[in-house]
Ligand binder design. Structure first.
Ligand SMILES: NC(=O)c1ccc[n+]([C@@H]2O[C@H](COP(=O)([O-])OP(=O)(O)OC[C@H]3O[C@@H](n4cnc5c(N)ncnc54)[C@H](O)[C@@H]3O)[C@@H](O)[C@H]2O)c1
Length: 327
């Protein structure tokens, strides 16, 4: 029997993290450690349900801890011979709440990231994959967004913390023997999507016949990325070795207007949406659109699921959930 490689997935109980863990365990060549604090940004019961299938496996360990707690993180790293890779996905996500709680976002997304980079350095971890965000592009007017574009136009504390996280990754990659790949995810959706995100939130409201809040005139545009495509990109980044540091977009490279998205949801749910029009929200960017040529070149990334098919699959999952997820 060949020995398994050790990997730490922070935020492994969350939406994207739980999909990654599932993929890694299916490969049967990893010992996966998950760190998650099960905070109540959305219903912790949903996160418990995400980890439940794996608890008790001998190639899976769940550590309930807060990445802001440096001593707790040092303990996690000390308990494993050496992680071959850290995939750091734990974060306060969500743009609008970051305007209300900027310190919580900074402590989690900046100090928390620094804690993990520092542990990785001390323990000679060779590879660090960081879950960054398209929001670092802020109000960049040039589309599609390219990794060569400057990221000095952030317009929410969340986005600023992700840009800071990338800079810490670059710094550690430069100073130490720690390869870092910062992946800029563009609005991710699919089964188990966070309940605060538009597709999930709208599906719930439309299916109950309740009004959906639409901020602006419905012409804001997002590059929606199906979670399986994101996981393929993350997986490739775990194996990436060609340079010490890269920031790489992971999107679908197609931009969809909010009103188009609502029409797709209406079609799949078989119900008309009741629109509650609201002003644009501070912190929300008008558009996201990924140039994915770098991901194609460096990671062999090749997204497969277009929004029409992705929404169909999302709604199929959503319809199996009943009203149990009240998050
Ligand atoms: N979902 C998206 O569309 C999207 C887009 C861009 C970037 N991202 C980034 O991808 C990552 C995963 O996002 P997600 O949508 O799966 O969110 P999520 O909230 O479902 O997952 C994040 C997980 O991190 C955990 N966590 C948060 N703070 C923690 C702390 N202090 N200590 C330990 N664990 C903590 C949470 O409990 C949660 O399980 C995040 O870094 C997010 O910023 C997501």
């Amino acid at each position: 029997m060949t020995s398994k490689r050790n990997i730490l997935v922070t935020g492994g109980a969350g939406f994207i993290g739980s999909h990654l863990v599932e993929r890694l365990l299916a490969e049967d060549k990893w010992r996966v450690t998950v760190v998650d604090d099960f905070n109540d940004f959305y219903a912790p019961a949903l996160k418990r349900a995400n980890v439940a299938p794996h608890v008790g496996r001998d190639d899976y360990e769940l550590v309930e801890a807060d990445i802001r707690d440096r001593v707790a993180m040092e303990r996690v790293f000390a308990a494993t011979a050496r992680f071959d890779c850290v995939v750091h996905l734990a974060a306060r996500a969500g743009v609008r709440p970051s305007l209300v709680e900027p310190f919580l976002y900074a402590e989690t997304n900046i100090t928390g990231t620094l804690n993990l980079l520092e542990c990785a350095r001390q323990r000679h971890v060779p590879q660090f994959v960081f879950g960054s965000s398209s929001s670092v592009y802020g109000i960049n007017a040039k589309v599609p967004f390219s990794e060569d574009d400057p990221i000095r136009q952030t317009i929410s504390p969340y986005a600023a913390t992700k840009a800071a996280g990338e800079m810490l990754c670059h710094t550690y990659a430069h100073l130490h023997d720690l390869r870092c790949v910062a992946l800029r995810f563009f609005t991710v959706y699919g089964a188990r999507q966070r309940p605060d995100l538009a597709i999930h939130k709208f599906a719930k409201l439309i299916s109950r016949g309740q009004p959906i809040p639409v901020f602006g005139d419905g012409t804001t545009r997002r590059d929606y990325t199906y979670v399986e495509d994101i996981i393929a990109g993350v997986r490739a980044a775990i194996d990436y070795t060609a340079s010490d540091y890269e920031a790489i977009n992971l999107g679908e490279s197609r931009t969809v207007e909010l009103r188009e998205l609502i029409a797709l949801l209406e079609r799949e749910l078989g119900r008309k949406a009741v629109i509650d029009r609201q002003p644009m929200q501070p912190g929300d960017v008008p558009q996201t659109f990924a140039d994915i040529s770098k991901a194609r070149r460096l990671l062999g990334y090749d997204p497969q699921t277009q929004i029409e098919e992705g929404v169909r699959r999302f709604v199929a999952w959503f319809n199996t959930q009943g009203m149990k997820d009240e998050g």
